[in-house]
Structure formats: C-alpha cells, structure tokens
Design a protein around this ligand. Structure first.
Ligand SMILES: Nc1ncnc2c1ncn2[C@@H]1O[C@H](COP(=O)(O)OP(=O)(O)OP(=O)(O)O)[C@@H](O)[C@H]1O
Length: 488
C-alpha cells in the first residue's frame, strides 16, 4: 500500500468526495467508507492515510470474511511464545503493526459479533491483549473501515453492534457508483490506458470518440474495477493506435450500434433497479430524512415529465439538499458526512444529461447531447460548489470560484469536442490562441514536481483537488494532457 494515490475524476460528486477525504484526513477520527464494490473505497482509505499526520506509520489492510474467525483474531491481536504447543516465536498482530498508523478494515460488516466486540473494546480503551499475554499493550491506531452493505440494516437485524456502528461512522464518506457520475468515465478510462501502457510497456494512444461513447453508455455494474479490468485486457491485446469501438467486447459495441431508444429504455430500467437496490445501502440515516426524500421523488417525477424549468428545478433540489444536510447535521450532532441526497441529485440530473440522444430514428448512431444548451448544468454545479463552501464554513474565495467556473467551462468544451482545441475554442466563442494560453497557464501554474525537482507531466498517481485550493494538480493533469498533445 505504498506510493501516492489519486481519486481520479472531475464530476461535482467526486470533487466533493475529494474535499471530504482531505478534511477527514486531517482528523484522527474513525472513518466509515461506504459504496458499491469496485467504486474506489480502498483508494479512499489509502488517500486518507497518506494525507494524514499518521503517514509515517503503516497502513495495514485487513480483509474480513476471507478466513475463519480464529485466524483473523490471531492476525489482529497477535500471540505470545508458547501460545500454541511448540510455537517459539511471538507474532505481533495487525493492531501492533499499525501502531502510529492506520488499520483499514475492508468489509467490516463481515466481522463476527465476537470480533466486533474486540474491535470496539480496542477502539474505546486504546489497549489490546495478544493471545497468551499477561498484560495489555497500549495502541495508537486510527481505524478506517469500508462496507458495501448497509450496516444500519445489519444493526436492525441484530447482527452488527449498534455501538460499533456509531463509533465507526463518526465520519462517513459515501462513494457513489460510477453510473451516477458518468463525467468521470473519460478521465478514469484515459488514466487506466496510461497506467497499463506503463505497466505493460505499450504505447496505446488513447480512446477514440466512438469507443468513449460506448464506455459512457455502459452501466458498469462492477464500477471502476470493471472499467479498469476492461482497459487492461484491451491494452494487453492491442499493439498500437487508439482503442476503437472494434476493440470493445460485443456487448459494449452494441451500445453504439443498437437502436438508441431501446438502449435508453434498457439503461434507465437497469439504473432504476440498481438504484432501488442500493438506496438502502446508501442511506444510513434515511429515517431522519424520509420526508425530504419523498418530496424529492415527487419533484423528480415531475422533472422527468417536463424538460422545462430545468435550472429552477435543480436550484430547488439544491436547496432541498442543503435542508437535508442541515437536518442530518442537527440530528447527528457529530461530524458524520453523508452524501445521499447529493447522489440522488446527480442521478436525477442524468435524466436531463444523457450522453446520447433519445430522439434517435432507426439504427443510426446519435452522439449529440439532447438538451437546450451544452452548458445548461454548469451554473447549478457552481451553485453547489459555492453552497458547499458556505456549508463548510470556509467562506468564499471570489477568485477561486471564478477560476473554477472558467476551468469547468473549458474542461467541458474540450471533453465534448474530444479535446479538439479548434472546436472547443469555437464553442466558447474564444480565439484558439486565447484558449491555448489559458491551458498553458493552467499547466504551468500547478506543476507536479518529482524527486529531482523537475516537472512531471501527467503523473499517474498524484493527489488533486477539484476544489482548487489544496493541490490543484488535477487541473494540471487534465489541461497538460491537452495542451501538450498534437491535436489541431
Ligand atoms: N477515482 C479513482 N481514481 C483512480 N483509481 C480508482 C478510482 N476509483 C477506483 N479506482 C481503481 O479502481 C479499482 C477498484 O477500486 P477499489 O479496490 O478501491 O474499490 P473498492 O470499492 O474498495 O472495491 P471492493 O469493495 O471490491 O474492495 C482499483 O484498482 C482502484 O485503484
């Protein structure tokens, strides 16, 4: 678990998650990371550890549910000489190995009740007793846990200790599935191409427009992990050029060649099914906020029926989201951070922001965006950004917000023109040279330096902050990629 890790992505959600991750990293509290399998929970745990004051200590990962209870107990707490017949060597457990650092317990919901009690005791008392020991050993360990199941549901079923649940969820971070933040797909996909180019000594140029459209339309039930595995397979099999539609597996190719209306129906249905399945996982505090959610669903339903008043509706939802947040923070009276409404808001936005057109006739492919204006959602994104800043109590930095808005407009124009600077400049009613200047400025204003002090371009694992203040390398990555390539 060494090295630097980044949470790649540019969606409003991932930027918000990054911000939370950085805030939580500064504290010493327990953290509960929730989200479907493959969304990046391990990656978040690594980032929290790396950015915390404990980063000189070790990050010790613990996988639950893979062995029997007894061996996990021995692994966690260790044992003394003579504990087994004939054993001549003591073994410090994971708690001792993580002393001064972080213990990361993956799928904590799979711990047996006995181990849950031992974990709670160790966290409450700051001591452990290894097997065969006569005395207790003090430990200084931060505990981070992850789960892809709804722990509150397990509490209600009586299979997870309520006290442990509240202890762990002092700070909670929910990582939404990738289908709820499709804007992250191009960045993640290109990132994985570069990663496997390096690992497999390949020189694949990138991903073609059509192939990227297919990636954007897939439902990714196994999340980022599935995308990463797919890109790895393709990079291994391919020798040169860009990844094109013909390199994708048939089920993905069909997303582009199928009747797009049928595809839309299929995907929407699949997403609804998945959302209803995962809702209970996501919303640990849903009882507190049920009235809001009901109200929200009604609004969403109306929205789906009418594309008019889009911005007003999103603005209302933003207010609703804020009301929801304050309800939560009042009720919880701790630093628990839940993003539930946030993800609902995002998935609702997707109803208006599909990367494919519903108005397809016949079997032709439509790649156009079916909405009144290509930047329709940006003001509400900026609204959210500003509201988050206010909610976090850090005040508003005028120049940062303006810069953020500019960055998002440019990023969006480049993304939608497949990084073609001429067309992006046209979309922005800007001279190409002005755009290039802005890209260069952005690239040089946030250089990523390596150990020798030289600027390292497009570093694979560099922490970035979409909010612009802590480490704005993300913008550098995004823009450096574009400004240094030979696009027209
Ligand atoms: N935002 C991200 N940026 C970079 N890499 C990511 C991101 N999200 C996920 N990944 C990569 O995707 C893969 C899956 O992520 P990870 O293992 O962290 O998911 P997980 O939610 O912990 O999955 P599981 O529940 O199965 O343990 C990893 O290789 C991880 O590095």
């Amino acid at each position: 678990m060494n090295g630097s890790y980044a949470l790649m992505g540019s969606s409003a959600i991932i930027r918000h998650v990054q911000h939370l991750v950085y805030k939580v990293a500064e504290t010493n509290s327990a953290v509960l990371i929730t989200g479907e399998p493959g969304t990046g929970k391990d990656a978040i745990a690594k980032i929290i550890h790396e950015r915390s004051p404990r980063n000189k200590g070790s990050l010790i990962p613990v996988k639950c549910g893979t062995g029997n209870e007894e061996s996990l107990e021995l692994d966690l707490f260790g044992y003394e000489v003579g504990y087994f017949q004939g054993n001549t060597q003591a073994r410090p457990g994971y708690f001792v190995e993580a002393d001064g650092g972080t213990l990361y317990i993956d799928e904590v919901g799979k711990l047996t009740t006995k181990l849950q009690l031992s974990l709670l005791k160790a966290m409450n008392e700051g001591v452990i007793k290894s097997f065969g020991a006569k005395t207790e050993t003090p430990i200084n360990v931060r505990v981070i846990c992850s789960t892809s199941v709804d722990l509150e549901h397990l509490v209600k079923r009586g299979v997870f200790l309520e006290d442990l649940f509240y202890k762990l969820s002092t700070s909670s971070i929910y990582l939404p599935p990738i289908r709820e933040r499709r804007e992250d797909i191009p960045i993640l996909a290109e990132f994985f191409v570069q990663k496997f180019n390096q690992l497999k000594s390949k020189k694949i140029l990138g991903i073609s427009h059509d192939a990227m459209n297919a990636l954007l339309q897939n439902s990714w039930t196994h999340n980022t992990q599935e995308l990463e595995n797919l890109i790895e397979r393709i990079v291994v099999l391919k020798n040169s050029g860009s990844i094109d539609i013909c390199d994708l597996p048939p089920r993905l190719r069909n997303l582009v060649t199928d009747n797009i209306d049928a595809f839309y129906d299929r995907t929407t249905q699949a997403q609804q099914n998945l959302s209803s399945l995962s809702m209970s996982n996501q919303n640990s505090y849903h009882n507190l906020s049920q009235p809001n959610i009901n109200q929200y669903s009604k609004m969403s339903h109306q929205n789906i029926q009418s594309h008019g008043n889009y911005n007003q509706q999103i603005a209302k939802e933003n207010n609703l989201q804020n009301n929801h947040s304050s309800t939560l923070s009042k009720s919880q009276n701790n630093s628990s951070i839940m993003n539930n409404n946030y993800s609902q808001l995002n998935s609702n936005q997707q109803n208006y922001n599909p990367n494919f057109s519903q108005s397809q006739s016949g079997n032709q492919v439509h790649n156009q965006i079916n909405r009144p204006s290509m930047f329709e959602d940006l003001p509400s994104e900026i609204d959210q950004f500003i509201k988050k800043e206010i909610d976090l109590g850090s005040g508003i930095d005028f120049y940062r917000v303006v810069e953020e808005f500019e960055n998002r407009l440019i990023s969006e124009a480049l993304r939608r023109t497949n990084h073609n600077k001429n067309r992006a400049a046209q979309l922005l009613s800007m001279n190409r040279t002005t755009l290039v200047e802005k890209l260069k400025k952005r690239a040089t204003s946030s250089p990523i330096k390596n150990e020798t002090g030289r600027v390292k371009r497009n570093s694979a694992f560099t922490i970035f902050d979409g909010l612009g203040n802590e480490n704005p390398d993300f913008e550098a990555i995004d823009f450096v990629n574009i400004s240094t390539e030979d696009s027209p």
